[in-house]
Design a protein around this ligand. Structure first.
Ligand code: GDP
Ligand code: ZN
Length: 393
């Protein structure tokens, strides 16, 4: 296949441009994505009506509360005396203007200085989960974040309210764990492909985790479904919390790293985290709660940082529709599908988009099975959801 170098190919010049915060761009006009053909709210997730139900919202709220309770073991006042000199910590959750900051295993509630709020960063949120910050006594009985340390990496998505702007979901993360159940709900390859592109755009290592392996049929369909990802050199872990399969392997994959968890609600993220670290005590949700498509359209999209051990952290993200791919345009997309890039040299036109052009070698390869038909379908579906260009007016 020629992908033995692994998932990460070198399309660096393009990617460099893609991940740079749009600092130098003029503010985009509201509705610009729509004018450009993109509509984050209506992209293909709607087809299957997989949105957060009120039960999912409740569950997430509880996860956040439980987490905060666990982190809030140390009374706030203990920090008061030592805070004058300024303290260093990591943001573990953000709720409105309230930031929970972890300081060597204890939590402190902070707000942020106005000077940080007003800085032009190109993102809707000035400080995100995973950010390393300095904070100090605010002189009014509380604590304030004064400074944001440089980020090694970050994951963004289009803001759920202002789709033309980007929101940082998590900062300083190493890898993206793409969690998909085999059944209940059934594995959804288009979503996996979206996350793979997202990981690549942000230079994060993707790990595909297929859960509920105890529900795998004996006819080998899981192997067939995973074959395209194996061919791409993607890391894959197959797990079941029922049988314990793969849990240890996953623990090792997470160890010493900061990982963002992604995946639909109900795929088993909380169950897996509990299996890896029972001390987290996360509540396990119900999967039968899917409702109409308008449910949860504007739910809060809070990420929470959980600590598994001293050097291992996991950022749990809401598993809902807001996962558009930010900062990527239609003409660039094919560079994020290695197998398409591999065939593209044979296309009749050098500017081929590999959609419906005559003489497209990629479409031909998808016809005769050299490119996996589902992957090609994902490519076309993601293509449809992207804007033609990033508006610069
Ligand atoms: P989350 O929304 O992704 O955090 O998913 P949960 O961990 O809350 O799990 C959703 C449902 O899937 C619950 O009913 C779990 O009991 C069930 N579940 C989780 N993991 C497994 C598994 O490995 N096998 C089976 N059969 N069910 C699982
Ligand atoms: Zn082509």
């Amino acid at each position: 296949m020629g992908y033995s170098r692994g998932w990460k190919r070198k399309v660096a010049p393009k990617k460099k441009r893609l991940v740079r915060p749009p600092k130098t761009r003029k503010p985009r006009q509201k509705g610009a994505w729509k004018a450009a053909g993109g509509d984050w709210d209506d992209f293909s997730y709607d087809r299957r009506e997989r949105v957060a139900s009120s039960a999912e919202r409740e569950r997430r709220q509880q996860v956040v509360q439980e987490t905060e309770r666990a982190w809030l073991g140390t009374p706030q006042r203990e920090y008061r005396s030592s805070a004058e000199a300024g303290l260093f910590g990591v943001v573990t959750s953000v709720y409105g203007s309230r930031y929970t900051v972890d300081v060597a295993g204890d939590s402190v509630q902070c707000h942020i200085r106005d000077s940080l709020k007003s800085q032009e960063t190109g993102f809707v949120n000035p400080v995100a989960v995973g950010d390393r910050v300095c904070f100090s006594d605010d002189g009014a009985g509380g604590f304030a974040i004064d400074e944001l340390l440089e980020r090694d990496s970050f994951l963004t998505r289009p803001d759920s309210f202002k789709g033309h702007l980007r929101q940082i979901v998590a900062a300083n993360v190493d890898q993206l764990l793409i969690v998909s159940s085999w059944r209940q709900p059934a594995m959804w390859t288009e979503l996996i492909d979206r996350y793979l592109v997202t990981a690549d755009v942000h230079d994060l290592d993707p790990v595909l985790c297929v859960t509920k392996a105890d529900l795998v049929e004996r006819d080998g369909r899981l192997g067939d479904a995973l074959a395209p990802y194996r061919d791409l050199g993607c890391s894959i872990v197959v797990t079941s919390v029922e049988s314990g399969e793969g849990v240890e392997e996953l623990r090792e994959r997470l160890s010493g790293k900061s990982t963002v968890l992604s995946g639909l609600s109900g795929v088993g993220k909380s169950s897996l985290l509990n299996a890896i670290e029972p001390g987290l005590g996360l509540r396990i949700g119900e999967i039968s709660a899917w409702r109409g498509r308008d449910q949860g359209r504007h739910t809060t999209t809070r990420a929470v940082l959980l600590r598994i051990d001293g050097s291992t952290t996991v950022v749990d993200t809401p598993g809902i529709r807001e996962w558009g791919i930010s900062g990527l345009t239609r003409p660039e997309l094919w560079h994020f599908f290695p197998e398409i890039e591999h065939e593209a040299g044979g296309c009749k036109f050098t500017d081929c988009r590999h959609i419906e052009e005559p003489g497209c070698a990629v479409a031909a390869a998808a016809e005769d099975g050299r490119i996996d038909a589902e992957r090609y379908y994902s490519y076309t579906a993601i293509y449809d959801s992207l804007p033609e260009s990033i508006p610069t007016w």
